[in-house]
Design a protein around this ligand. Structure first.
Ligand code: NOJ
Length: 445
């Protein structure tokens, strides 16, 4: 069992979750800046206004990454920091912030992987209808062009979007995330289509500007079905790619991009909602992806009972993380295998990690041995998968404790602890472990 020699070991973050600086300079507002101002939406009224203050402390953060031997860093650009109005004029201050960060990373020998959109949708565009507006794909294309022009000289890996499952499903369907909408399926399906058109247009725009060497992918929220027994392999794979009228599954988002077609269960669902995707749109949506990014934290076991696929309730002995997600390391083996068998594209684990209930002890240490155990279990599984299918990298979520959306700062995912009063950073025990994983190319797991 071995990871390839050039395997990309990295860490992930996202702009709204760590940057802060929400009202600095000419930055425009986004739906999280505004949405979190309403009481009752976010745990104990937490907001990302200051967050980890990465906006001011990014040099210190890059230095910590360097110290840990981290070679790859996945970050996201805050759309309305670069384009305060969502489209139009580039903010000089916004551009300068990301250029300074990218230079700092380059000088530290760290390769940036830039996500264009990790949920912080510009508020001005939202007021025009956001993803419901038929112009939204063109707005995103313009933004992508500007990101490519401003930062292309430093960035060779772009991730078009992070988890459309969540910003559409939770943001526009269930109302748990910004912009906190509870739209009917008919409208949410149109948002999906616009998001996919936006991806297609952005992919083509970035390639035009950055040329043939650039690598472009997408990061999916991917929660595969897992076979309870080896005999359930095909059953679990099939279940993984069904949609069940949910925005949270996988093939709704990947089939159109990779194959230029919606899966048949989605077409039925769309038809029930009077939507027939125009053929010319499908050729625009279809894109060349250099890799599929999967954000995977767990999966659900399935089996067959009386001829039906059923999901299996985990035994009480199965450990649960602080998110109440089951510790099911098998997701890192079967998940990538199913993806590769369906899409035949290289894979990158763009997120994986664990939230724990933990705090700094009286000696000032965070001895997060459960996180180390979690990483060992999940990486062993990933390494098994990497023997069978092309997996190019692994990004630990997260480099640093941060704003976990509706859960505020209550969930701790970081390798680095943050004191939100003082901004002080402290390495957790798991940070040292991850350092040794990187140094040994995964041999020590
Ligand atoms: C999914 C999201 O991409 C990220 O923003 C979130 O914090 C983690 N996974 C953990 O829930």
């Amino acid at each position: 069992m071995a990871f390839s020699k050039d395997f990309a070991w990295g860490v992930s973050t996202a702009a709204y979750q760590i940057e802060g600086g929400a009202f600095e300079g000419d930055k425009g507002l986004n739906v999280w800046d505004v949405g979190s101002m309403t009481e009752g939406r976010i745990f104990e009224g937490h907001r990302g206004d200051v967050g980890c203050d990465h906006f001011h402390r990014f040099r210190e953060d890059v230095a910590l990454m360097k110290k840990l031997g981290i070679k790859h860093y996945r970050l996201s650009v805050n759309w309305s920091r670069l384009l305060p109005h969502g489209v139009g004029k580039v903010s000089e201050e916004g551009e300068e912030f990301y250029l300074s960060l990218l230079r700092e990373l380059t000088d530290a020998g760290i390769t940036p992987w830039v996500t264009l959109f990790h949920w912080d949708y510009p508020y001005e565009l939202y007021q025009k209808g956001g993803w419901l507006n038929g112009n939204s794909p063109a707005w995103f294309e313009e933004y992508a062009q500007k990101v490519a022009v401003c930062f292309g000289q430093y960035v060779g890996n772009f991730i078009l979007m992070n988890e459309p499952q969540c910003f559409i499903g939770l943001g526009h369907g269930s109302g748990a995330h910004a912009p906190f909408l509870k739209l009917p399926d008919r409208d949410v399906l149109r948002c999906c289509h616009n998001v996919l058109l936006a991806c297609g247009r952005a992919e083509k725009a970035i390639r035009k500007i950055c040329g043939t060497d650039v690598k472009i992918g997408i990061a999916e929220a991917y929660w595969p079905a897992l076979p309870l027994t080896e005999g359930d392999y095909e059953v679990a794979k099939n279940e993984t790619f069904l949609n069940h009228r949910s925005f949270g599954r996988t093939s709704l988002w990947l089939d159109p991009i990779v194959f230029g077609k919606y899966p048949s269960d989605v077409l039925v669902w769309m038809k029930e909602n009077d939507f027939v995707p125009p053929l010319r749109d499908m050729s625009l949506i279809r894109s060349k992806l250099d890799f599929i990014g999967f954000n995977t934290y767990s999966g659900d076991y399935v089996t067959v009972k009386e001829g039906k696929t059923v999901s299996v309730t985990p035994a009480p002995s199965v450990p649960k993380t602080d998110m109440r997600w089951n510790v099911h390391p098998d997701c890192m083996y079967y998940g990538p295998k199913f993806l590769y068998e369906r899409y035949s594209l290289p894979l990158v684990c763009t997120e994986n990690g664990v939230a724990l209930t933990e705090w700094k002890d009286l000696n000032g240490k965070i001895l997060d041995y459960s996180r180390i155990d979690f990483l060992k279990r999940y990486l062993k599984s990933l390494s098994r998968a990497a023997d069978e299918v092309p997996i190019q990298g692994y990004f630990q979520w997260s480099f640093i404790d941060n704003f976990e959306w509706a859960e505020g700062f209550s969930k701790k995912f970081g390798l680095v602890h943050v004191d939100y009063e003082t901004g002080e950073r402290t390495l957790k025990e798991s940070a040292n472990f991850y350092k040794s994983v990187i140094a040994s190319n995964g041999e020590n797991i």
